[in-house]
Design a binder for this molecule. Structure first.
Ligand code: G1P
Ligand code: ZN
Length: 544
């Protein structure tokens, strides 16, 4: 087998976003596009010669082709060994777990997370470092810089390999191991949660649950963990076979895109518990019978009940949440006498806090929750955490959440997304907000008075790195907030995200529909940012 050096031209658009490089499949299929970016990844790393790389993806269209290419490039670039998931399948949390368990140099995950797949859908590639977490900004920036000047890449001329059978073989001098996609991850879950107790719950004949994998990567994991290891009835897991186009759906576990599950949980004779995960398995949505748990509340409730779960029974070091996530978890941290941290959007900002032992649980409002067990958010982990709490407390999801609100107060919360906005219009909106936010202090809007307005900037407490322009925040004197930011994961136009939060300590007033409770803030947000006028849209495309 010969290693070849192929001449190429740089592309100008290979800047990784919130979570890796995401583009339409057709963009990745352009000659040299994938290869350029993979070589840019390798060129910005040091010391990988002879080392081990983990490789897998969420099974979306182009996953298999990309894996073949990356294997040949890894071999030509001098990696010693690649651990690749069977069939090319590895969820994002499983990849993180495998990097950590085997102490590998890093890993490549092929996914565009919750974005739709298929030939007309999206594809993506992200690199994780040796702690199992997403490459930090200085690494992704180096990849981008490299991609702008790259003029050649290395690839081995070799036949495609069989990804479907477990086993070991060589490509050139590099060893390849096709590994079980599920086993290491499932064992890690078993080490954190009380499987005996959860098994009692899910097999008692009373408790019914429904786990929807949305035809995406968690299918094999969920079948193995819930049905095989925990003994839940066959059929508990639905849409459990990963499909290249996710069955035509949008593998995003929220009230809009996981509508089949929502209909079941809000329908007649609804089960006790429902959950869904996204394309690559790092997100989760938790539902009770006719009850939706907001991700922000979920983080707070997991933290408040962590003592009930074996992996966390010795207490939490701290709780970290992304800036737009509601402040519900901060109240739990205060109650527990532990630190809380507010970071920019994106899981990569939690890595340093977790590595330094400063935070144990982390969460984002965007259906992401996780802990120090890996360095990614983890969808099925969150589901198991909830099941462990339910098994111990023997209460319904709704009872657990409402009791939580009674104790800590309720943070009404909602996110409004305006998708596919013209990029110039969206940038104008944010630029003008940046300019006016600092001058709003003391201004009154209806019953609210502005306490502060700023553009969120974060100084990492561990390495001192500074991340600016992370979203415009407008805080009110009663603790309510409005946050605006542009998505960093989209592939078409811009997505404006509006995050709304208000605090209600009075249990008698905690039963409103969030859109109703937040109605005045929604109007104020439009008044301040001129959303309708500047986007040309009269309402959001997605409300969660
Ligand atoms: C979105 C979410 C963010 C999450 C990211 C990757 O990013 O808002 O919390 O970390 O996806 O799953 P955004 O599109 O807002 O940049
Ligand atoms: Zn994801």
């Amino acid at each position: 087998m010969v290693s070849k050096t192929i001449q190429t031209q740089p592309f100008t658009d290979q800047k990784p976003g919130t979570s890796g490089l995401r583009k339409k499949v057709s963009v990745f299929q352009k000659p040299h596009y994938l290869e350029n970016f993979v070589q840019s990844i390798f060129d910005s790393l040091q010391g990988y010669q002879g080392q081990t790389l983990v490789l897998g993806g969420d099974g979306r269209y182009y996953n298999r082709q990309a894996i073949q290419t990356i294997l040949k490039m890894a071999a030509a670039n001098g990696f010693g060994r690649v651990l690749v998931g069977q069939g090319g399948i590895l969820s994002t949390p499983a990849t993180s777990a495998i990097i950590r368990k085997y102490g590998t140099f890093g890993g490549i995950i092929l996914s565009a997370s919750h974005n739709p797949g298929g030939p007309d859908g999206d594809f993506g590639i992200k690199y994780n470092i040796d702690n199992g977490g997403p490459a930090p900004e200085k690494v992704t920036e180096a990849m981008y810089q490299r991609s702008k000047e790259i003029d050649s890449y290395k690839i081995l001329e070799a036949p495609d390999v069989n990804l479907d059978t477990l086993g070991k073989f060589n490509i050139g001098d590099m060893a390849v191991e096709v590994i079980d996609s599920v086993a290491d991850y499932a064992e890690l879950m078993q080490s954190l949660f009380d499987f005996d107790r959860i098994r009692e719950l899910v097999t008692n004949g009373q408790f019914r649950m429904c786990i929807d994998s949305l035809h995406a990567v968690t299918g094999p994991y969920a079948h193995n963990i819930f049905e095989e290891r925990l003994g839940a009835p066959q059929g508990t897991v639905t849409n459990g076979t990963p499909l290249e186009d996710f069955g035509g759906g949008h593998p995003d576990p929220n009230l809009v895109y996981a509508h089949d599950l929502v209909e079941i949980l809000f329908g007649e004779n609804a089960p006790d518990f429902g959950a869904a995960s996204d394309g690559d398995g790092d997100r989760n949505m938790i539902l009770g019978r006719r009850f939706f748990v907001t991700p922000s509340d979920s983080l707070a409730i997991l933290a408040a009940n962590a003592k009930l779960v074996p992996g966390y029974s010795s207490g939490l070091a701290g709780i970290a949440r992304s800036m737009p996530t509601s402040q519900a978890a901060d109240r739990v941290a205060k109650h527990l006498g532990i630190e809380s941290y507010e970071t920019p959007t994106g899981w990569k900002f939690f890595g340093n806090l977790l590595d330094a032992g400063r935070a144990t649980l982390c969460g984002e409002e965007s259906f992401g929750t996780g802990s120090n067990h890996i360095r990614e958010k983890d969808g099925l982990w969150a589901v198991l955490f909830w099941l462990n709490i339910l098994a111990v407390r023997q209460q319904s999801v709704e009872q657990i959440v409402t009791e939580h609100w009674q104790t800590y107060g309720r943070n009404y919360y909602s996110r409004h997304d305006y998708e596919e906005v013209d990029s110039d219009r969206a940038n104008n909106l944010i630029t003008s907000l940046r300019a006016i936010a600092p001058n709003l202090k003391g201004k009154r809007y209806g019953s609210y008075e502005v306490e502060y307005g700023d553009d969120f900037s974060y100084t990492d407490p561990i390495d001192g790195s500074i991340s600016q322009k992370q979203g415009v925040r407008i805080g009110f004197t009663d603790g309510s907030r409005i946050v605006f930011r542009l998505s960093g994961t989209g592939t078409q136009g811009a997505t404006l995200r509006l995050y709304l939060e208000s605090y209600e300590p009075d249990p008698a007033k905690q039963n409103l529909d969030p859109q109703q409770a937040l109605a005045e803030l929604i109007t104020i947000a439009d008044e301040i940012a001129q959303i309708r006028a500047l986007t040309g849209m009269d309402k959001p495309t997605v409300i969660t």
